[in-house]
Design a protein around this ligand. Structure first.
Ligand code: GLY
Ligand code: MN
Ligand code: MN
Length: 434
């Protein structure tokens, strides 16, 4: 049976065209060992096939529209490196109309492309060697005109179609994203319950990954950020090797990948379980901002409008707290807020943590629609050596991040099982210490 995503892709392709979609390849970590393999999102979306070194050739309207080139079965290689579906499995389990050993791709290419007016292939994508193969065979075809070979006239990037499809999550995909969000929320709760002064950030990093794996997540969706004290003010802090200090805040940005779908949660909480007044000031402001921005989510709103609102709320709050001096509108115009709020509020979320899909249409910010999942993640990051600000705010970093599904009526927060109200966090942490 054809996977619905592949069937839809074929419907959207030009009549008589052919697409070549490569799988990811293994990447060396050191000497002769590889990083844990992670399938290419577009390839996985269309095929559901998890092995490396495969290629999908999609040709709607042909007798055999879906061909998978795969690593063939090989007793010795499978004994060393693991099982393969092989050409039989590609047909039986992955719905390929035709399956061939990947070594035969080069020799088959002319035949596959012959007569296709349009080739969908992402030149300059993740596989430069494949680019060379495609270019070489196209050149050969052009030189073979006298043999009635008809090379494609147009080359289109298939990502334009696939990414547009990936932006809108099906019911089935939303289920997987809910599960991914639940797993990540559980990991954040466990981290809150376990954090103690004297622990190392990496202990919580490991605990989070353990909770992910225990619940069937293959891996974190991105490198977890576990930053205590001023480390929380470094946006992509991943050293995760400092000691948690009594009186510091801890910022954890960690999400799971579950059946190919990411969650992306940030929570910030006090290492000792109790916010100080200064921490509370900053936290309240970020939380108020986040809650108001989440309430804006509904079909028709743009991420730009939401971001702009977050800038207003945070700038006005920073003036109140003495972090910025002057009138909010002027500070916004001069982008003075960027000293403490330097990233965007939202991004798409799906198979990739910063997911596929166009943010602009015809040069204009694009409105969200039902089935789109976004993050809402305002933050304030006050460097230890920030000048001209009240002392008590130095070295405080706070971000609060949830994953939000756009629904026909408005929004659905997928990650609401991760506590973020001050009282909830303090109660959970107090309970874990008795
Ligand atoms: N963890 C990456 C992000 O929040 O966008
Ligand atoms: Mn994010
Ligand atoms: Mn994040």
């Amino acid at each position: 049976m054809t996977r619905p995503q592949l069937a839809e892709f074929m419907r959207r392709m030009e009549p008589g065209s052919v697409a070549i979609i490569p799988a990811a390849r293994e990447v060396t970590r050191s000497h002769d060992t590889e990083y844990r393999f992670r399938q290419d999102s577009d390839f996985y979306y269309l095929t559901g096939f998890r092995e490396p070194d495969a290629l999908a050739v999609v040709a709607p309207g042909r007798e055999k529209p879906f061909t998978l080139f795969v690593r063939p079965r090989d007793r010795e290689k499978e004994t060393w490196n693991g099982r393969r579906a092989g050409v039989e499995g590609a047909k039986e389990r992955f719905g390929a109309d035709e399956a061939l050993p990947v070594e035969e791709f080069d020799a088959k290419l002319v035949e596959l492309l012959d007569g296709a007016g349009t080739l969908y292939y992402r030149l300059g994508g993740s596989n430069p060697e494949l680019d060379q193969t495609v270019i070489r065979q196209l050149a050969r075809m052009r030189a073979m005109g006298w043999r009635k070979v008809r090379p494609p006239q147009t080359i289109i990037d298939p990502a334009t179609l696939i990414h547009e499809m990936r932006l809108f999550k099906s019911e089935e995909e939303i289920k997987l994203m809910r599960r991914s969000a639940d797993i990540a929320a559980e990991a954040h709760r466990e981290a809150m319950a376990s954090a103690r002064p004297g622990m190392k950030e990496y202990e919580l990093d490991a605990l989070i990954e353990y909770v992910f794996r225990r619940r069937g997540s293959a891996a974190p969706a991105y490198n977890s950020i576990v930053g205590s004290g001023a480390n929380a003010t470094i946006l992509h802090y991943v050293d995760n090797d400092a000691e948690l200090k009594d009186g510091d805040l801890l910022l954890i940005d960690a999400g799971a990948e579950y059946e190919g779908f990411a969650s992306d949660i940030t929570r910030t909480f006090p290492v000792n379980g109790k916010f100080t007044d200064a921490q509370r000031d900053i936290y309240r402001l970020v939380l108020d901002c986040q809650e108001e921005c989440i309430r804006m989510v509904r079909p028709g709103v743009t991420l730009d409008e939401m971001h702009q609102r977050s800038v207003e709320i945070l700038t006005e709050g920073m003036v109140r707290l003495g972090l910025l001096k002057g009138e909010a509108p002027k500070l916004i115009e001069e982008e003075a807020y960027k000293k403490f709020y330097m990233h965007r509020l939202s991004h798409y979320l799906g198979m990739d943590v910063h997911d596929a899909g166009a943010y602009h249409v015809d040069g204009q910010p694009r409105a969200v629609e039902p089935g789109v999942v976004i993050t809402v993640e305002p933050g304030l990051y006050i460097a230890e050596d920030a000048e001209d600000i009240p002392d008590r705010y130095r070295g405080i970093g706070v971000r609060i991040e949830d994953d939000v599904l756009v629904t026909p009526e408005g929004f659905d927060v997928l990650t609401d099982k991760a506590p973020k109200q001050i009282e909830e966090i303090e109660a959970l942490m107090k309970g874990s210490r008795q």
